[in-house]
Design a binder for this molecule. Structure first.
Ligand code: UDP
Ligand code: MG
Length: 305
């Protein structure tokens, strides 16, 4: 079995480092490297990893200069992975290392990408669940590429895929979209996500919304088209209304009409703002891309050349 790189982005996960390391060691029978990406942690995450690396040369770490976010941290890992096969997993044990044998088995069977789909989580907050369900419904409606529900970045793939994914230079990373976009032979395995044992979730609702917006606008232009459609329909109605009001005016039927005017004005204003906002999102995307800033900055490295 060729060497496996396990990429684990961590942001303030000090208590999870050693338990996860032990779990991986227990489950990964192949030759492996655990590549931790310390995404600007402010707790003792980095020193925990340092301790591990002192006793095990299979442990390596890339410490970023500040918090660059989950997706960028993973990209940093992809850029530095050295194994034949690569696995991405969260550092909070919500992605159980017990999936590793099945991952590797599927890849050996000839699949290029093996994604892990969460069966159910007892501990997911109610709103988070609703939000993600709605998001996946919406994104699959508007997007040109399929994105499966309950599939996060927990996946394994071979070197062909790694090379392909490294070619992406976009700033607005939505990795599960990229993995769908690149093609190749895919399969899915199921896993049961346990609740977080230590620490708390680093994805706030605002961050989830940002990721959702990224996923939406970076994989489809349909929202722009939809906004154009909304604009067209609303303008059509507005034009009709103009004709009607002109007719009533010339007939001499003066209408009190304050309510209707207010309704129309607010409705139109609202729609316009919505459409403009959406366009702004795409323009902001262009702006970010045009600056070509690096996705992450490395501060320190352990066991990496
Ligand atoms: N994470 C990261 N940078 C961030 C936020 C999160 O590297 O800015 C890591 C985090 O340490 C964890 C993984 O990404 O290993 C998933 O984050 P989290 O568990 O908070 O997300 P959730 O499972 O709640 O969606
Ligand atoms: Mg988690």
């Amino acid at each position: 079995m060729p060497k496996v790189t396990i990429i684990v982005p961590v942001y303030n996960e000090a208590d999870n480092i050693i338990p996860l390391y032990a779990e991986i060691k227990k489950n990964c029978l192949a030759d492996f490297e655990i590549l931790w990406i310390d995404d600007g942690s402010t707790d003792t995450t980095y020193s925990e990893i340092q301790l591990l690396a002192d006793s095990d040369s299979r442990v390596s770490c890339l410490s970023l200069s500040r918090n660059f976010g989950h997706q960028n941290a993973i990209m940093a890992g992809l850029d530095h992975a050295t194994g034949e096969y690569t696995i991405i997993m969260d550092g909070d044990l919500q992605h159980p290392p017990s999936c590793i044998p099945l991952f590797l088995q599927k890849i050996e069977e000839g699949y290029d990408i093996v994604a892990a789909q969460r069966k159910k989580t007892q501990s997911i907050p109610f709103f988070k669940k609703i939000f993600s369900t709605l998001f996946y419904k919406f994104i699959n409606f508007i997007s040109d590429i399929p994105i499966e529900e309950n599939v996060s970045d927990f996946r394994a793939f071979n070197n062909k895929v790694l090379t392909a994914v490294r070619q992406f230079e976009e700033r607005d990373l939505f990795l599960r979209g990229l993995f769908s976009w690149v093609g190749f032979k895919k399969t899915t395995i199921q896993f049961e996500a346990p609740s977080r044992r230590f620490g708390k979730s680093k994805y706030s609702y605002a961050q989830m919304l940002r990721l959702a917006l990224k996923g939406t606008t970076s994989f489809s232009f349909k929202p722009l088209r939809i906004s154009l459609l909304i604009g067209a329909i609303v303008s059509g109605f507005a034009f009709l209304l103009l004709i009607i009001s002109l007719i009533t005016y010339f007939r001499g039927q003066t209408v009190p009409g304050w309510t209707s005017i207010m309704t129309v004005v607010t409705f139109m204003g609202g729609t316009q703002l919505l459409v403009i906002g959406l366009m702004g999102e795409y323009i902001a995307g262009l702006f970010r891309e045009s600056k070509k800033r690096p996705l992450y900055i490395v501060n320190e490295k352990i066991n990496i050349n």
